[in-house]
Ligand binder design. Sequence first.
Ligand SMILES: C[S@@+](CC[C@H](N)C(=O)[O-])C[C@H]1O[C@@H](n2cnc3c(N)ncnc32)[C@H](O)[C@@H]1O
Length: 379
Amino acid sequence: MNPLHASLVARIRAGGPISVEAFVEAALYDRDHGYYRTQGAIGAASDFITAPEVSQVFGEAVGAWIAATWRALAAPDPVQLVEFGPGRGTLLADALRTLSRLQPDLAAALRLHLIETSPLLAAMQRRALADIALAAPPVWHERLDGVPDGPMIALANEFFDALPIRQFVRVGDNWHERRVGLAADGQALVFVAGPLAELPAGLADAAEGAAEDEIVETCPAGEELAAALASRLAAAGGAALVIDYGHARAAPGDTLQAVRGHRFATVLERPGETDLSHHVDFQALAAAAQGAGPQAAGVTTHGPIPQGLFLGRLGAGERAEALAKAATDPAQAQAIVGAVRRLLHPGRMGLLFKAFAIAGPGLGPLPGFAPSARGQRRE
Ligand SMILES: C[S@@+](CC[C@H](N)C(=O)[O-])C[C@H]1O[C@@H](n2cnc3c(N)ncnc32)[C@H](O)[C@@H]1O
């Protein structure tokens, strides 16, 4: 039993079963033992790999999105470029390398803000950005609140899936919040149904047609963040791009998953040593952004659309071809094409992963979300 498991057992013995949300919160964010406090690695040698680590083409395509969005905003100077959960900093480094070469006016206007809770990953991000010329040094924050007001372009790749969720289980005609309690041995963690619970209003669609024992989920932290982004974008302009795995329409289902060493693991085993995530409910994010009240007036949402379609429209296929052509040998060329195929192909990351955006007032169709003249020929 690791120290976090032991402290959870003590907590449950003292106060009874805890919500799934409290469990995920502790497993990922506990100050001393949480996964995002202690595990520093993302990539081939760690627990999981993300799109920016698969191919530089991902960051370059996002760089193209940033540039086109900035121009659509009438090129504000300065503009905050905010990334939530930048991991190893690879996406930003790849995007900024391209931007500083091809779009020097944008590179000069960008003020970089990184939102990160892991000190280990923040150190990696610092190293990844060290050789990139920036108009002002990047600033790190633990939350969006710390980012100064002003026009903003925000990015979040595989960020929302890490935020804690609440789960509700159907028992007969009623709903109970799913909790984490102790097995008969008093040591192992097990899921239990808590007392009767009122289903949050936003879960009505997902709950419709749910069968006995089925689960519905909500991510309060994700919805709060979508609403906060909408308010900021309404006030100062800009757009936020969210890329993550998830579903376009809310539906019943238990999507909480654990990954350790690139393999699925058991959610409740070895808390703090295992990555936990869930499938993002984009319908709920859109509703939270659009329902953020009068302070979010004029905000629009775009997508979700499949990641493969989004990256393809931003030129990922052509960029892969150009890189492959410039490769030093056929094996390298094949590796480049294979990695980009992994990002784009519907059977790999191209369909499950989706792009979604929240845009401030006055922005028309966003790059990547509508077919371009060039894209129309290909799609
Ligand atoms: C799955 S990783 C994705 C990393 C990166 N975006 C990528 O695509 O490689 C999640 C990232 O979000 C950070 N993170 C997770 N939850 C966070 C939170 N609540 N606040 C700030 N950062 C968080 C993690 O430390 C990590 O950098």
